[in-house]
Design a protein around this ligand. Sequence first.
Ligand SMILES: *Cc1c(COP(=O)(O)O)cnc(C)c1O
Length: 399
Amino acid sequence: MSHCEHHYYKTRASQPYLATLNLIKTNMTGFATTTIHGADHLPGVADVVQPIHISTNFKYSENPEALKKAIDFTVEDLENNVYSRCGHSNSKAVEEIVGKLLGGNAVVYNSGLSALFAAVVGLNPKKVALNHGYHGCRGVLNLFTRVGGAEIFDLDNIDQLGKGDLVVLETPVNPDGTVSDIQKYADLAHKQGALLLVDSTFAPPPLQYPFNQGADVIMHSATKFFGGHSDLLAGILVLKSKELQNKLLIDRMYLGTIIGSLEANLLVRSLRTFELRVVRQVENAKKIVDFLVENKDSLPDLASVTHGSLQTEEFIKTQMPNGHSPVFTFKAKSEQIAKSIPSKLKFFHHATSLGGVESLIEWRVMSDDTASPLLLRVSVGVENVEDLIGDLKAALGGK
Ligand SMILES: *Cc1c(COP(=O)(O)O)cnc(C)c1O
């Protein structure tokens, strides 16, 4: 072992990962400072951007007394890298930053859906209630039902749930971006002894902090706003409970659904501009929605617009004080018009997904056959908003 490697190992061993985490968490910084510097304290190298560690396996301690059999491994033993399925420097950096950002304990996965699957495997509810949102989440719960025999209910039937069961609330909900009252569902879930998981993918921080309204688990498809560049798949769970985080870290070793090193590195890269991107996307979306609503009468192909910013319920002001999702939908006057609008746009790619710096539009029935054939879902990017408005105006028949 070279002198350099030896020094690296000693630094890691003398800086236990969790002890450092606790220290930092009592000393919170602002949003963008956290997303840029939140993992700076992790032992590593002098690079100002995190390097990609592609190694799958890592040398054991040189101290024979410190060696122990894998069967005796606890979550503390995963603080030092062993095998990358159990955790690696790039995944740990993501977890540090995201945990601090959302005020909890993060576990990162290789997709949003594997994060949800890990949550239901870890919590093992007998009954799950969920709203009609992203079809993939229902698919995950159907698989879970097949394996474990759990029953699935809709949100009107939370009173059927009991202790240890789970409510999965997607808000803002796919595809419309309309907002549900997290506090209300937290109270209903807790009354039954159940937990509330919020799929907050459509409202990344700083838009929504579901722990403030009583959620127990926050889930994000980090493929969307966290990644923000349409170039990585990832999922995140943030847990209020440290104990549950430890359990899920151990579970993830066996599920084998850890984020890859390359994707984790891209995600840390993305988090550096997270606030800038989301703030700009929110502003752009609000201006576009306002334009469409105010000019509806002079846009012959536009039938209606749906977005959280158009909702008036009282709870919305406290739940989403910093603005609304960059995702909204509109309906065209006919199916034929709806189908042809994407081809008339210059600055909106016709593609599924959302959250990237480039604007997207999707004729939504293409990926969700329960959607209206009149419906177009828009994910607003960070382009010049006048260009986006001009593009939509022309595509909707405006003069
Ligand atoms: C995309 C999405 C998911 C699934 O995430 P993947 O990263 O694609 O697995 C889950 N929930 C919502 C609301 C989503 O938009």
